[in-house]
Design a protein around this ligand. Structure first.
Ligand SMILES: [Zn+2]
Length: 238
């Protein structure tokens, strides 16, 4: 009864104040969420046919070993994706993250079905890149976790938010020796209960990848786990 009343009220409110598209500001149709269909069709999707023209994979090749790496959109200064990420990170719109995660999963499952379900070993867990506690307090939520929740809703692969945690905010890896870089990685992320994901295929999820240093730091600490297979995904590649 309560939920019925609530949903009726919600529908009434939507009639009076229809939710607006985060990009063009036009009222959304009933089936649209966060982004209208027109703006969705205009998003700068990354297309690639092989590893050689997969820019996301190219960022990590020759560094830490990984299984597959895919990004959904191009991130351009002043572009639509920057606008969305800004809403997601600084305007409190975590539901936008959830929608982006759902849309991303649909796109990946349609264009690269082998990414989540490769022949021998499908992805067991989705792991969002954690936020430092201080940042989590400021923002109130981890935007990458909301992306991952939406992603999980579509592909039905469970989330794991307990194994990987973040001790420090900064990833400063350029111009450092291998040892310093390794020390830096130990300072940023830590693992809890790593036995639970031994021999698993995990998918690390991030919002925007620029240099790849954050995912690289996650890769370095996670690869210590016996039998682990790690794939990488981000919403947008700068
Ligand atoms: Zn729009």
């Amino acid at each position: 009864m309560m939920t019925t009343t609530k949903s009726v009220l919600n529908e009434l409110l939507n009639l009076i104040y229809p939710p607006l598209c985060n990009l063009c500001g036009e009222p959304l149709q009933q089936a649209e969420k966060q982004i209208c269909l027109q703006c969705l069709c205009d998003l700068p999707v990354i297309h690639f046919a092989s590893t050689a023209d997969n820019r996301m994979a190219q960022l990590f090749i020759g560094k830490s070993p990984f299984f597959q790496a895919v990004s959904w959109l191009y991130y351009e200064k002043g572009g639509a994706v920057q606008k969305l990420i800004h809403q997601l990170k600084y305007k409190g719109n975590k539901k936008l993250g959830y929608e982006l995660g759902k849309l991303a999963a649909v796109h990946i499952m349609q264009t690269h079905p082998d990414f989540l379900y490769p022949d021998a070993k499908p992805v067991d867990y989705l792991i969002p890149v954690p936020l430092h506690r201080k940042r989590l307090r400021q923002r109130g939520y981890n935007q990458t976790e909301w992306i991952s929740r939406g992603f999980s809703e579509i592909c039905k692969i469970p989330l794991n938010t307990t194994i990987l945690s973040r001790k420090n905010e900064n990833v400063t890896q350029t111009h450092k020796s291998v040892f310093e870089r390794w020390m830096n990685v130990q300072d940023i992320f830590s693992l809890t209960g790593k036995e639970s994901i031994e021999n698993c295929h995990i998918l690390l999820i991030d919002d925007v990848v620029t240099t790849g240093a954050t995912l690289e730091a996650c890769l370095q600490i996670l690869r210590e786990i016996p039998g682990i297979r790690i794939s990488l995904f981000c919403i947008a590649l700068a």
